[in-house]
Design a protein. Structure first.
Length: 258
């Protein structure tokens, strides 16, 4: 890896990716909506690791702004060797109570942006015969629970299918499927997670290191933490009717609390 493009680089998991990749000597292209925060991250990375950092302020739910990021990935003179599709958010509302516009924006960022950027990056990486794509999905994608989980289920399935298509090309695709991680996401969505047992919380720095090890080992799915490896494993082998019944019950409990 030499240059990595990370979306959602200003906070949480994306920010942890930037630090880990810069520490390993990679130059970075960092993407998020708020320029001032991007500039702070850029200053921090340049000062600490002496790497080059390029800023791209873009709202990935906006088609024209997303295209600017895709154009950067397609630039043959400045190749990007690693794409981390990480930007994301959760509406924090049940489907019928929330605004459709918020749902559409979430789908655009969690799915459409991942589709468009993966398409551009995979084509140019395949031309060069090397590169990596990491799509930050979620363990929520293994169970049918809300539109966020549905979008992440798409992300995981899409990444696995992309990995098939890229097999033998020198380019890899990995879906990172974390569980609850200490980031700004919970505050932004106003979801109260105070009752979640400590053992279920992940730390962004550690899961990023584990994910990069998984990429190196050629894994298509990276599920960090023992509890989530178990949940993902059970959800994959249990009868769908049972998974549906259990997730339906959990979703009803969550709806009652909101
Ligand atoms: N935290 C968890 O428990 C958890 C669990 C599983 C999966 N994930 C996934 O991990 C990824 C990162 O989440 P996080 O927890 O690190 O969240 P976070 O701390 O809230 O960071 C989200 C990042 O995405 C950027 N972003 C949000 N909306 C954007 C948009 N429309 N266009 C461009 N950038 C946008 C934000 O910057 P701006 O606001 O400046 O745009 C920020 O840099 C997401 O895909 C999330 O679904 C998180």
């Amino acid at each position: 890896m030499r240059t990595a493009l990370v979306t959602g680089a200003t906070s949480g998991i994306g920010h942890a990716f930037c630090h880990e990749l810069a520490e390993r000597g990679n130059d970075l292209v960092i993407v998020a909506r708020h320029r001032a925060r991007l500039e702070n991250v850029s200053d921090e990375l340049r000062a600490r690791y002496s790497v080059n950092v390029e800023i791209l302020a873009a709202d990935l739910s906006n088609r024209a702004q997303l295209q600017r990021v895709a154009d950067r990935l397609a630039d043959r003179d400045r190749p990007v060797n690693l794409l981390v599709n990480n930007a994301g958010f959760v509406t924090g509302k049940s489907f019928l109570k929330g605004d459709l516009a918020d749902e559409e924006a979430m789908l655009d960022v969690l799915c459409r942006a991942v589709l468009v950027l993966s398409h551009t990056a995979a084509r140019s990486m395949r031309e060069r015969g090397r590169g990596h794509i990491i799509n930050v999905s979620s363990v929520a994608g293994f169970v049918p629970m809300g539109t966020y989980g549905a979008a992440k289920g798409w992300c995981t399935a899409f990444t696995q299918s992309l990995a098939h298509e890229l097999a033998g090309s020198g380019v890899s695709a990995t879906a990172l499927c974390p569980g609850f991680t200490h980031t700004e996401m919970q505050e932004r969505s106003n979801v109260d997670m105070s009752r979640l047992p400590k053992v279920m919380w992940l730390e962004a720095d550690q899961l990023v290191r584990d994910c990069l090890d998984d990429v190196k080992a050629g894994k298509v799915l990276s599920v960090p933490g023992v509890p989530y490896k178990l949940i993902a494993g059970i959800a994959e082998v249990a009868p769908r009717a049972l998974v549906r019944a259990l997730s339906g019950r959990a979703a009803a409990l969550r709806r009652r609390k909101r």
